[in-house]
Design a protein around this ligand. Structure first.
Ligand SMILES: NC(=O)C1=CN([C@@H]2O[C@H](COP(=O)(O)OP(=O)(O)OC[C@H]3O[C@@H](n4cnc5c(N)ncnc54)[C@H](OP(=O)(O)O)[C@@H]3O)[C@@H](O)[C@H]2O)[C@@H](O)CC1
Ligand SMILES: Nc1ncnc2c1ncn2[C@@H]1O[C@H](COP(=O)(O)OP(=O)(O)O)[C@@H](O)[C@H]1O
Ligand SMILES: [K+]
Length: 557
């Protein structure tokens, strides 16, 4: 699985590499800037042009005029007279700005017309950024930050590119909001999504204003088409905090990670991006059906059996050897008419469930979807938890846990809880409040922090749903299953899809996956199934996509 880093982890890796003498900060900055330029041309080859088209090797007209650095900026009209690719590079007061100066220089070397604006004092730039500032101003113009001039420059003639290198992983507080500027006003004026023939917007490392650890929008983030990060993606690229203002992945556009020559080393405690390997699925492939386990899925009463039937089908398709639906007697005929490979057991109450669970071959339980919220349902949850089996709890089972502290206390390390945002808030109201509170500084409290805290409190795996599903174990392991960017599958948010996920987890638990691995693998397969089917998907379709999805996964080299 790919690691996603925090800003502190990234800084530690950078520091270790520099201290070991294997690289200098200046070299890293040069590679970062080069990586951004490479990514721009890979994304929009039309911007790479040919030497002749782009005027590469062309002489800086301002330099020809004999100015000395730093010279007064050219007026927007002056700039528009030339037919070249044009970029505006917005640089900030730290090393993110330093990367911006490198990008500006490299574009200039290719013949681009480049206007650079610096937010902050040159004298206060950190050393590597200062060095690149000086390399840039050696014979070129630079503008002191001026909202109006930036807007005029972009208005006066067509630009091909705006590079956002204002703040990166060092964003420590809310976006500046002083008497001279409010970023909330500046950003919508300059970063117009709707403008005809608008420039491409590219963020260096992360869109300025987005907290790289949490994805939270520290008010006034710059929305971009492409975000180019370095060494590893950051957690904030993959979280999608709710607005207003919305954050994270919404502003990144697309994330490309460029290698800057830092050694890949294990980072203790790093969050991972879910992407199971072939071996994850094959390592439990014995031949006998009982060696693939037996999942028991609890059904609701008459007229409420569909959710459990879908979960059971999911469990069977994901490879549980056997799946049995535990059905209240009044719903038996309804269920029997609709299932074939799935078996039935009459389970009228908690005593009957306890009897069924005397059979040790039932090694995994899935319960909650349409189970009901009455005392009988609560007794079923208690009995299931007391059995100590690998158990996934969803929907009504989660609501029941919120109503009874003694029931919550029965959770054990073989459980998986699968709340959506509403259920999470009911289960962990204080944690949800921290997540909902407006962030005042970076690094801000994130969905990763919230899920880790919830898992620790519950003493079991928590899978916090959404397009940015976060999965955490009490020991701190944590991963994100992303349904964003190239895995965007908004149509997965359809009634009953969560019930199928419960079934996938139960099936994998039955196959012997540990709870964290079952939750991660199921969440990943769930999105793959949605992508396989495409728009128009209904929940029943999800299990039917598994054969193709698994075939593809298992045929990977
Ligand atoms: N790590 C690596 O391996 C590599 C890192 N690289 C690059 O370095 C970037 C990180 O650089 P960085 O640490 O200098 O932080 P950065 O984002 O430039 O900002 C710091 C400046 O912003 C200021 N500031 C903060 N918040 C503010 C606010 N709200 N409003 C106003 N000011 C605010 C803050 O001020 P201070 O808090 O110090 O007062 C400080 O001056 C990283 O994203 C990547 O692009 C690459 O070169 C290659 C390898
Ligand atoms: N925008 C989205 N893109 C992709 N998946 C989503 C999105 N919104 C929700 N999901 C997923 O859809 C499923 C919905 O589950 P849930 O909320 O329990 O619905 P239900 O109770 O109808 O089954 C979850 O797996 C969740 O992660
Ligand atoms: K940036």
């Amino acid at each position: 699985m790919t690691e996603l880093l925090t800003s502190a982890q990234m800084r530690a890796i950078e520091r270790a590499a520099i201290e070991s003498g294997e690289v200098t900060g200046l070299e890293l900055m040069e590679r970062a800037g080069r990586g951004v330029v490479e990514a721009i041309f890979e994304e929009w080859p039309e911007l790479a042009g040919t030497d002749a088209d782009s005027g590469a090797g062309g002489v800086d007209r301002l330099a020809e005029e004999g100015g000395v650095a730093p010279r007064p900026a050219a007026s927007p009209q002056d700039i528009c007279e030339q037919k070249k690719f044009r970029a505006v590079v917005l640089c900030g007061p730290g090393n993110n700005g330093g990367d911006g100066f490198v990008v500006a220089r490299l574009l200039k070397e290719r013949g681009w017309e480049v206007e650079v604006f610096l937010y902050g004092d040159p004298e206060k730039l950190p050393p590597d950024a200062l060095e690149n500032y000086e390399r840039w101003v050696g014979n070129r113009s630079i503008h002191k930050w001026d909202d109006n001039l930036i807007e005029d420059t972009l208005d006066e003639c067509e630009h091909d590119l705006v590079v956002d290198a204002v703040f990166g992983t060092g964003l420590t507080r809310l976006m500046p909001d002083d008497t001279e500027r409010t970023w909330h006003g500046f950003v919508p004026r300059v970063f117009s999504w709707h403008q005809k023939d608008r420039p491409k917007y590219v963020a260096v490392d992360i869109p300025s204003g987005i907290c790289s650890d949490s994805g939270r929008n520290l008010e006034g983030a710059f929305p971009t088409d492409l975000t180019v990060s370095f060494h590893r993606a950051k957690i904030g690229h993959y979280l999608l905090p709710k607005g207003p203002p919305q954050g994270g992945a919404v502003w990144c556009g697309k994330v490309v990670v460029k290698d800057i020559g830092l050694k890949a080393s294990y980072v203790a405690g790093a969050v991972r991006l879910c992407d199971p390997t072939k071996s994850t699925l094959t390592k439990f492939s014995d031949t006998h059906k009982y060696s693939h386990g037996h999942a028991l899925i609890l059904s609701g009463g008459p007229g409420r059996t569909g959710a459990a039937r879908m979960a059971a089908r999911g469990a069977l398709r994901v490879g549980a050897g056997l799946v049995t639906l535990a059905v209240p007697p009044a719903a038996q005929a309804e269920v029997a008419a609709q299932v074939t490979a799935i078996m039935l057991r009459r389970v009228g109450d908690a005593t009957a469930l306890a009897k069924v669970l005397e059979d040790a071959r039932f090694n995994a339980i899935g319960l909650g979807p349409a189970l009901g919220l009455d005392e009988e349902a609560a007794a079923l949850v208690a009995t299931a938890l007391e059995a100590g089996r690998a158990t996934v709890l969803d929907a009504d089972a989660l609501t029941l846990l919120t109503q009874d502290a003694a029931l919550f206390a029965k959770l054990h390390q073989n459980c998986v809880l699968t709340p959506h945002a509403g259920e999470f808030k009911r289960l962990f109201p204080d944690i949800a409040a921290k997540l909902e509170a407006a962030p005042l500084k970076g690094p801000a409290y994130s969905k990763v922090d919230a899920t880790r805290e919830a898992a620790k409190r519950a003493g079991c795996v928590v899978l916090f749903k959404g397009p940015d599903t976060v999965i955490a174990a009490p020991d701190g392991r944590c991963s994100i299953n992303s349904a964003q960017y190239e895995r965007a599958a908004t149509w997965l948010a359809t009634a009953g899809s969560g019930d199928v996920l419960t079934g996938f987890i139960a099936g994998l638990l039955a196959r012997g996956f540990d709870p964290m691995q079952a939750a991660e693998t199921a969440a990943w397969l769930h999105v793959e199934c949605a992508l396989e089917f495409g728009p128009g998907l209904i929940a029943e379709d999800l299990p039917e996509q598994l054969p193709n999805v698994l075939k593809r996964l298992l045929s990977r080299p």
